[in-house]
Design a protein around this ligand. Structure first.
Ligand code: NAD
Length: 383
C-alpha cells in the first residue's frame, strides 16, 4: 500500500475541518474517499462515497482507515466496529465517555494489533508543551512538588449547548466541560506529570447554563510522590484564566498569556532549607523566559502521523490507548464529586459506568435544541 484511503464518520464541526485539510492535500499519501453523517448534508462532497450511517462506511470496502468524529459515545462503538472490519482507526477526543468503554476499545485493538489505533490529542504537538516536557525530562525543575492548572477560559454560551441534542446530557455526551473541553488539558497534564494516585473533585452541575452536566469544576490531585495538584475549569467564566504552573525543588514554571517563565532556584529548595542559618532566607533565583513557537497545533499533523504509522510504522504521537488516561481523570473527578469522597486510581470503571447509568436513568432534564449561526471552528480552540 502506498496511499491510505481515508473515511470520516461524523461531518459536524470537526469532521468538516478534517475533510477540508485532507481535500486541500495537507496530508501526504492520504486520500479522502468517503464520508458519513446521519444528519449533516453531504452535498458538497461530490466525488466521494457518501453514507448516512457510519457502519455503512465501515463495511463499504472504500477505506483502509477511518477518522471517527461523531459524538463521544460512538467513538467506542464505531471504533470497535472499525477494528473488527480490519480498518486502522483515528478517534477524536475523548476516546470514550467512560473508562469501561475505553477498556473495551483498547481490548478490541488488542485483538487486531497490526492495525494502527491513534487518538486526536493535537496539543501534544504544541511547542509550549513540548518545551515543558523537555525541561521536566532534563530534571530542570528537580522533583515536582505542586501542579496547578486554572483553565477557565473555555467560556461557552447557552447557544453552544443548544446547538446539538447530544451536548451536555448524560445520555448523549456523558459529561460536560470535563468530557468535551478538558480532555486536551487532562491529556497534557498526565503526559507531563503522570497519573495522580488520588483525586477529590467538586463538580457543579448546570451552575451557569441550563444543562444537567458539570460546567464548573475544582479538583485536588495527589501523586504517589507526594506532589499535589489543583485543576480548576469552567465554561461559565468570562474573561477566564489559563494559567499552568508546575513547582519543583529547583524552581517554578508558569505558562500564561503566551509566555513560559521559569524562576530557577540557584540552590534546590531542599538543600537550601537544610543548610540555611536564617529562618527567613530564600534561595537566590534566575528569571528565565523560555521562548516557544506560537503556532497552534494542527490536527493535520496528527493525521499525517497516523498515515505515516500505517505506511511506514512511524511511532504514534498519541497511541489510542493513552487516550484512556484523560477519560479516567475526568471520570474520577465526577465520581468523587457525586459520591462526595476521595477516589483512588486506578478508578473502578465498572462502578463509574453504573453511576453514569443511574444518572441517565434519573435524568429529567428537558434538552432545548435550536439552530445556531455557522461557527468559525478555530474560535473553539483554547489559546
Ligand atoms: N480534537 C479537537 O480539537 C476537537 C474539536 C472539536 C470536537 N472534537 C470532538 O469531535 C467530536 C464531534 O464534535 P463536533 O463538535 O464536530 O460535533 P457535531 O455535533 O458538530 O458533529 C457530530 C456529527 O456526527 C454525526 N453522527 C453521529 N452519529 C453518527 C453515526 N453513527 N454515523 C454517521 N454520523 C453520525 C452527527 O449527525 C453530527 O453531524 C466530539 O467527540 C468532540 O469532542 C474534537
Amino acid at each position: 500500500m502506498t496511499t491510505v484511503r481515508l473515511g470520516i464518520i461524523g461531518m459536524g464541526n470537526i469532521g468538516r475541518h478534517h475533510a477540508d485539510y485532507l481535500l486541500a492535500g495537507k496530508v501526504n499519501r492520504a486520500v479522502l474517499t468517503a464520508v458519513a453523517d446521519a444528519v449533516a448534508p453531504l452535498d458538497r462532497y461530490t466525488g466521494l462515497e457518501r453514507f448516512k450511517e457510519g457502519e455503512e462506511l465501515l463495511r463499504s470496502g472504500q477505506v483502509d482507515a477511518v477518522l471517527i468524529a461523531t459524538p463521544h459515545y460512538q467513538h467506542t462503538s464505531l471504533g470497535i466496529a472499525a477494528l473488527g472490519q480490519g480498518l486502522h482507526v483515528l478517534v477524536e477526543k475523548p476516546i470514550s465517555v467512560h473508562k469501561a468503554d475505553a477498556d473495551r476499545l483498547i481490548a478490541a485493538h488488542a485483538e487486531h494489533p497490526d492495525r494502527v489505533f491513534a487518538a486526536m490529542f493535537q496539543l501534544r504537538t504544541e511547542p509550549r508543551y513540548l518545551k515543558i516536557r523537555r525541561l521536566l525530562d532534563a530534571g530542570e525543575l528537580g522533583e515536582v512538588t505542586r501542579v496547578s492548572w486554572i483553565i477557565t477560559d473555555w467560556y461557552r454560551t447557552e447557544a453552544y449547548y443548544a446547538s446539538g441534542g447530544w451536548r451536555a446530557t448524560w445520555k448523549g455526551e456523558g459529561g460536560g466541560v470535563l468530557l468535551n473541553q478538558c480532555p486536551h488539558n487532562l491529556d497534557i497534564l498526565q503526559w507531563l506529570c503522570g497519573m495522580p494516585a488520588r483525586v477529590r473533585g467538586f463538580c457543579q452541575l448546570g451552575r451557569f447554563h441550563d444543562i444537567e452536566v458539570e460546567d464548573n469544576v475544582t479538583a485536588y490531585f495527589e501523586w504517589s510522590s507526594g506532589a499535589t495538584g489543583v485543576f480548576i475549569t469552567s465554561t461559565g467564566e468570562a474573561p477566564g484564566t489559563n494559567r499552568f504552573e508546575i513547582a519543583g525543588t529547583r524552581g517554578r514554571l508558569v505558562l500564561e498569556n503566551h509566555r513560559l517563565l521559569f524562576t530557577r532556584n540557584e540552590t534546590p529548595m531542599t538543600d537550601f532549607s537544610r543548610a540555611a542559618t536564617s529562618g527567613f532566607a530564600k534561595p537566590d533565583v534566575w528569571h528565565v523566559e523560555i521562548p516557544f513557537d506560537t503556532v497552534p497545533a494542527h490536527h493535520s499533523t496528527l493525521t499525517q502521523n497516523f498515515v505515516d504509522a500505517i505506511l511506514d510504522g512511524t511511532p504514534l504521537i498519541v497511541p489510542g490507548a493513552e487516550g484512556s488516561r484523560s477519560v479516567e481523570l475526568a471520570n474520577a473527578m465526577l465520581y468523587s464529586s457525586l459520591e462526595e469522597k476521595t477516589v483512588h486510581l486506578p478508578l473502578d470503571g465498572a462502578a463509574y459506568e453504573r453511576r453514569l447509568g443511574s444518572l441517565i436513568e434519573q435524568s429529567r432534564h428537558e434538552k432545548k435544541v435550536r439552530a445556531v449561526a455557522a461557527e468559525d471552528l478555530s474560535r473553539s480552540f483554547n489559546r
